[in-house]
Design a protein around this ligand. Structure first.
Ligand code: AMP
Ligand code: MG
Length: 324
């Protein structure tokens, strides 16, 4: 059995976990991960006034750094492949719904908000030229890269940590957005599925084994708050500009990268009843939990068997890369 070394820390307003199989190389893995996280935070955080993204939103355009260009490119690709279910122009709507600061600073209760049903401006209004890295946005557009930048960060951190470690395999989890790189442990990486990434690892919980790519969970149960008795949460339906009224309270997806897994998991919440067929058509193994806690497993996602705490879910051939 492969042995792991595990390190935990805090970053991007949440927790991180890095796991390596080359145990003595953990300090190098952590250093590479923290540097990458620092770079992503400085480029793409919407909670820091001094981030490159905040400055871009304030002046509605300009030439951006290669890293922010990568994040914007992924966000726009996410919008294209989901038909706009995942749309980075939700920025204003997320803020008006009350999620206007790092989540730890969002009060859990407050006075009623007057929210208006209004479609978000839409990702097609953003002009982006990857070659020159020039971005132009009309008035009223605020980019929020929340759904793709953290997952992209997980992919970049796993690649950077693997390069620093030099051998073996690396798992990086950023608040439950998980990216894998290098040679996996013999039985795959065991990943416990949970709506809350801070849940403790326990025998008996549903666990899958994955060898490469990424896993992401989107949920409406953790980042939620009350305003005047109404429950609001952080996943916006771009068609209404309001927290999505989804039949699913959480969606976990396995894909060829963490960013694709996350595009699909956020999309699943927004797509609602259409999500199972959308995921199936793309061959994406997924686990959806409805409001009553009933679980629906999609594609090659394994059914848990009594007595087994770990299940080999991995099946490379059925794992999809989202293409437009
Ligand atoms: P996730 O938890 O990965 O599904 O990402 C949710 C985060 O992405 C939220 O906290 C918002 O910052 C942002 N977001 C919310 N709704 C959407 C949406 N429909 N499309 C793109 N980003 C979104
Ligand atoms: Mg996510």
């Amino acid at each position: 059995m492969t042995e792991f070394a595990i390190a935990d820390g805090r970053a991007l307003g949440g927790s991180y976990r890095v796991v390596v199989t080359a145990r003595s190389m953990m300090p190098a893995a952590v250093a590479a991960l923290e540097l990458t996280l620092h770079e992503i935070d400085a480029a793409a955080s919407r909670f820091r006034e001094d981030s490159e993204l905040s400055r871009l939103n304030a002046r509605r355009g300009g030439v951006v750094s290669p890293l922010l260009a990568l994040a914007i490119g992924q966000a726009l690709r996410g919008a294209e492949v989901t038909g706009g279910a995942v749309d980075p122009t939700v920025g204003c709507a997320v803020r008006l719904a009350g999620y206007d600061a790092d989540f730890a600073s969002v009060p859990s209760d407050g006075l009623a908000l007057e929210l208006v049903v209004q479609r978000v401006p839409g990702w097609e209004t953003v002009q982006f030229d990857p070659a020159s890295r020039m971005v132009l946005m009309p008035i009223g557009v605020e980019l929020d890269l929340g759904a793709t930048a953290k997952a992209l960060a997980a992919d970049l951190c796993a690649a950077a940590a693997l390069k620093a470690v030099g051998s073996g395999g690396v798992l990086v989890s950023l608040g439950g957005d998980i990216a894998l790189a290098g040679v996996p442990p013999e039985d795959g990486w065991p990943i416990q599925v949970s709506e809350d990434s801070s849940a403790v690892i326990e025998v008996g919980e549903e666990t899958i084994a994955v060898t490469c790519g990424g896993v992401a969970t989107s949920s409406t149960t953790v980042r939620r708050w009350n305003r005047g008795g109404a429950v609001l949460h952080h996943i916006i339906d771009p068609r209404t500009g309001l927290p999505a009224a989804s039949p699913w309270r959480s969606a976990t997806v396995v894909a060829s990268s963490c960013v694709d897994a996350n595009i699909a998991s956020t999309a699943a919440i927004v797509l609602g009843t259409e999500a199972p067929s959308w995921l199936e058509e793309r061959g994406m193994p997924a686990r959806l939990v409805d409001a009553g806690g009933r679980v629906r497993r999609i594609g090659s996602w394994p059914n848990p068997e009594p007595g087994h705490s770990r299940l080999p879910a991995d099946s490379q051939e059925t794992r999809s890369r989202l293409v437009s």
